[in-house]
Design a protein around this ligand. Structure first.
Ligand SMILES: Nc1ncnc2c1ncn2[C@@H]1O[C@H](COP(=O)(O)OP(=O)(O)OP(=O)(O)O)[C@@H](O)[C@H]1O
Length: 237
C-alpha cells in the first residue's frame, strides 16, 4: 500500500528543516506533489524557496527530515531523473549558444535533439552569439531550453523568468511549458510571476518564513471563487 502511494508521488518532502549558522531557513516542511502535476512554489523574498528546491534536488542536505523523488530517497539515481534550473546558474561565457547546446547534448544522455531544435525557435535563441554577449533575459531563455530539452520525468525550475520581458514570460508560460506538460512529466516551479503562470498550475505550495503555509489544489481554489493571486494575498498580505 505504502509502495503504491509512493509510486504516484513525484515529490515527497517530509518534515524537512534546514539551518545555516544557527539561522533556521526552512522549518518542518512537509508536502507532496503527485506525478504529472505542475506545481508552483510561491512565497515572498527570503521565504526559503531556493533553499527548499536545493534540498529537493539533493544539492543540499537538510538538517533534518527527508525527501523522496518517485519513492526513492535523493541519491545519484534520483539526480538522473530530474532536470534542475538553479536560481543563480551561469553558463560558460566563452561558448556560443550553439556550442553550449552541443556540449549539453553530449553530456545529457536524455537530451532530445529534436525538441532542443524546436525550443531554440520558440525561445528565439541567438545560436551564434557568444554567451558573454547575451542579455540576462536571453541567457535565461538558453538556460530554460537546456532544462526543457531533457526528457527527465521531473523538472524543477527556480525563477525561470528572471530578466525575461513580460510578453515573452506569458508566451513561454502559455506555450512552451504548457506543451511539455503532457500529464506524465512533473514540474515544480518557484516564481514571483504569479499572473503569467497561474493558469498553468495544478497545485500551489505557499511558503513564508521557511514554513509551508498551505498546499492548495488550484481547481479547488477556483471552485471556491479564488484565484492563485487572491489566495497568495490571503496568506501573505
Ligand atoms: N548560505 C546561506 N547562509 C546564510 N543565510 C542564507 C544562505 N542561503 C540562504 N540564506 C537565507 O535564507 C533565507 C531564504 O533564502 P532563499 O534564497 O531560500 O529564499 P527565496 O524564497 O528563494 O528568496 P527570493 O524570492 O528572494 O529568491 C534568506 O533570508 C537568506 O538570506
Amino acid at each position: 500500500m505504502l509502495h503504491e502511494i509512493q509510486a504516484v508521488l513525484a515529490i515527497e518532502c517530509k518534515n524537512v528543516s534546514m539551518s545555516i549558522r544557527k539561522k533556521t531557513i526552512v522549518q518542518h516542511a512537509s508536502f507532496s506533489i503527485a506525478k504529472g502535476k505542475i506545481a508552483g512554489l510561491l512565497g515572498p523574498n527570503g521565504a526559503g524557496k531556493s533553499t527548499l528546491l536545493r534540498i529537493l534536488t539533493g544539492m543540499t542536505q537538510p538538517t533534518s527530515g527527508y525527501v523522496r523523488l518517485f519513492g526513492e530517497r535523493t541519491s545519484v539515481s534520483t539526480l538522473s531523473r530530474l532536470s534542475f534550473l538553479p536560481d543563480r546558474g551561469k553558463l560558460p561565457a566563452w561558448l556560443t549558444a550553439r556550442e553550449w547546446l552541443q556540449f549539453a547534448s553530449d553530456i545529457y544522455p536524455d537530451w532530445d535533439a529534436e525538441r532542443a531544435g524546436q525550443l531554440s525557435v520558440s525561445l528565439a535563441i541567438k545560436l551564434d552569439t557568444r554567451i558573454s554577449s547575451l542579455s540576462r533575459g536571453e541567457e535565461a531563455r538558453l538556460q530554460l531550453l537546456t532544462c526543457l530539452a531533457r526528457t527527465t520525468p521531473l523538472v524543477i525550475l527556480d525563477e525561470p523568468f528572471t530578466g525575461v520581458d513580460l510578453l515573452s514570460r506569458e508566451q513561454i508560460a502559455s506555450t512552451v511549458v504548457a506543451d511539455l506538460a503532457d500529464g506524465e512529466r512533473t514540474f515544480l516551479i518557484a516564481t514571483h510571476d504569479i499572473k503569467e503562470m497561474e493558469n498553468l498550475f495544478d497545485t500551489i505550495v505557499l511558503i513564508g518564513d521557511g514554513h509551508i503555509h498551505a498546499v492548495d489544489d488550484v481547481e479547488g481554489l477556483r471552485c471556491a471563487g479564488k484565484s492563485v493571486e487572491s489566495r497568495y494575498r490571503e496568506v501573505f498580505a
